[in-house]
Design a protein around this ligand. Sequence first.
Ligand code: C5P
Length: 402
Amino acid sequence: MSSLQNKQILLGITGGIAAYKSAELVRRLQDQGADVRVVMTKAAMEFITPLTLQALSGKPVHTELLDPEAEAGMGHIELARWGDLLVVAPASADFIARLAQGQGNDLLSTLCLARRSKLAIAPAMNQAMYANASTQDNLKTLTERNIAIWGPASGAQACGDVGPGRMLEVDELVEKTAAEFQSGLLAGKRVVITAGPTREAIDPVRYISNHSSGKMGYALAQACVEAGAICQLISGPTQLDCPPHCQRIDVDSALQMHSAAMDATNECDIFIATAAVADFRPRQAANQKIKKQADSETMTLEMIKNPDILADVASAQQRPFCVGFAAETQEVERYARGKLERKKLDMVIANDVSQQGIGFNSDDNQVLIVDANGSKPLDKLSKTELARHLVKEISERFDKAN
Ligand code: C5P
């Protein structure tokens, strides 16, 4: 199964003779299961028509920055966020210069500025333009900004020159795109992830729960699969689809999640607990719906403590590498370190849930990694991107510990 399955690829096409190869690139990425949307610059449209790319991608092609019709569909910021990866192929010398300067004077350059995903460019130009010091300086700047430069290849050029400046072949571009989603960092490792909220029954129709969306755990499951892991997701009730190639075990209550986690522990290399497990449950769930008492203004529920799933997994005899999450509203590092030590964990990923726009139900998160050697803050990222970074951090520590 291709690592491009269900991946959302934004393909930017700029003005160069190699633009005709981008049509084939769209096809080949789609053959691998990717969902491709095309953005073209004005110059690109001199070489290949949007209609060709629309017919191939089956989606409207985006060309204008300020097009009310397009903005009513998928606005440019939405489009920038949509892509799991932004690939510009071919990337002309002019586009590279605009990118290096951070210009936003057309749709594609604006998307590059507004994107959250990684950006890769495949330069294609005349060999003298490529060798020019300005182009080389621009490419150096882009590399320093963590933009991947794919190619160029060397050889005969459309203009008759010979030298470096040819766009990489479509095969190589597809390979490089796929490689972005398959780090191999967790190849063959068995990972179990708990995610989402738990529901603690009061009676057959009522329960106690919380606002956890499960997004962080699901994003981690997807990133683990991308990194080659065999991944099991033990999930409380969420609205999310199970990531492809991941086995999901659905549970409701903390006790069910505990039992599924303990069953999975022996067979697991890495255990990641992202679930927002209810700390307490009603001592006894009523068999029948509890009726209102006409003569009483109050109702008392006796609650008992739920088992700590993560702590129990971490103290099991055949113990996996254990990663916990800590949502705090103050003294994030101190409380996270307390959890690391108390629950005997290898690593805690902590965030400050009192901050607006990160954590619980949002699409973004900003975390601090706490382990026995110290703490490391990560930048605010989408949960999908953050998950990929976390997989890297987890795999580095796992490798050291084993
Ligand atoms: O102690 P606290 O709930 O803040 O710890 C958070 C971490 O412990 C999370 O990783 C959470 O998934 C895990 N946890 C658990 N079982 C519980 C409570 C928390 O696995 N009953």
